[in-house]
Write a protein that binds this ligand. Structure first.
Ligand code: SAM
Length: 245
């Protein structure tokens, strides 16, 4: 069910990038969690823990996981004491998140919703998180950031994880070999379709530097904007706050 044409190629053809992203993740959904584990060499859990630690919402605070996928960041946030809602526009991803919640004692709620039209009241969340989704909303990034700002309470924080290019040359070369050569080859062999893995790399290439994305958060009205790099600079952890006044 994975599309033969990747989102950026559809866009180049004048089609809907977001429509192609949704179809791609609906197709990937059953394999998504196992892909995440092996491709990140198990580091994805640590990245989520770092994001939740930075969010630091008080126990019982309402947290929104934007583009939640199969819900792992939402569950990490719930374990830290948040009351969590996760939303994503790919219904197959949301179904897996909801199934995982049903198999445990999780009270996290999962809904199908697009990040540029969040179906939540303004100021209704103490915190928001989003992992590895921003590259996939690149053409509608500012509306998405504005929506996150809107649903946060004044003083509420957003924490965002996204891939980035390592700055230290030998790390960059090793990372290049792993992500550009090994991951697409192994992924292609395991799934019979290497296009989603190639799209992952092209979407990282088309993404902003951490400084550029931080500037964009400021432009959209966020305050106290900052970031740090994780895992030898392969991932950027961004944070920003809705101003109090
Ligand atoms: C790489 S996955 C990340 C999923 C999850 N956050 C994680 O860390 O595993 C990107 C997710 O973004 C979602 N997505 C992309 N564009 C979206 C949009 N406009 N609204 C809601 N979800 C979107 C996709 O459906 C997909 O589940």
């Amino acid at each position: 069910m994975t599309p033969a044409i990747a989102p950026d190629q559809v866009e180049a053809d004048g089609g809907s990038f977001q429509g192609a992203v949704r179809r791609m993740f609906d197709g990937l959904a059953p394999r998504y969690d196992s892909f995440n584990r092996w491709a990140s060499l198990g580091m994805d859990e640590g990245w989520r823990r770092a994001a939740i630690a930075r969010l630091a919402v008080a126990p019982g605070g309402r947290v929104l996981d934007v583009a939640t996928g199969t819900g792992d960041l939402a569950f990490a946030s719930e374990r830290a004491g948040g009351h969590v809602v996760g939303c994503d526009f790919a219904a197959a991803m949301v179904r897996i998140a909801a199934d995982k919640a049903g198999e445990t004692d999780s009270t996290a709620a999962f809904q199908v919703a697009s990040a540029d039209a969040l179906p939540y009241r303004s100021g209704s969340y103490a915190g928001a998180v989003s992992a590895f989704a921003m590259r996939n909303v690149r053409p509608i990034l500012k509306p998405v950031l504005s929506e996150i700002l809107r649903v946060l309470q004044p003083g509420g924080r957003v924490v965002i994880l996204e891939f980035t290019e390592p700055t230290v040359a030998p790390v960059r070369w090793g990372h290049y070999l792993y992500t550009r050569v090994l991951v697409p080859r192994i992924g292609g062999l395991l799934t019979g379709d290497r296009e989603p893995f190639d799209y992952l790399n092209r979407s990282i290439d088309a993404w902003f530097s951490p400084d550029e994305f931080a500037a964009m958060l400021s432009e959209c009205g966020f305050a106290d904007v900052g970031y740090r790099r994780l895992s030898l600079g392969t991932v950027a952890l961004h944070w920003a706050t809705r101003p109090s006044a």
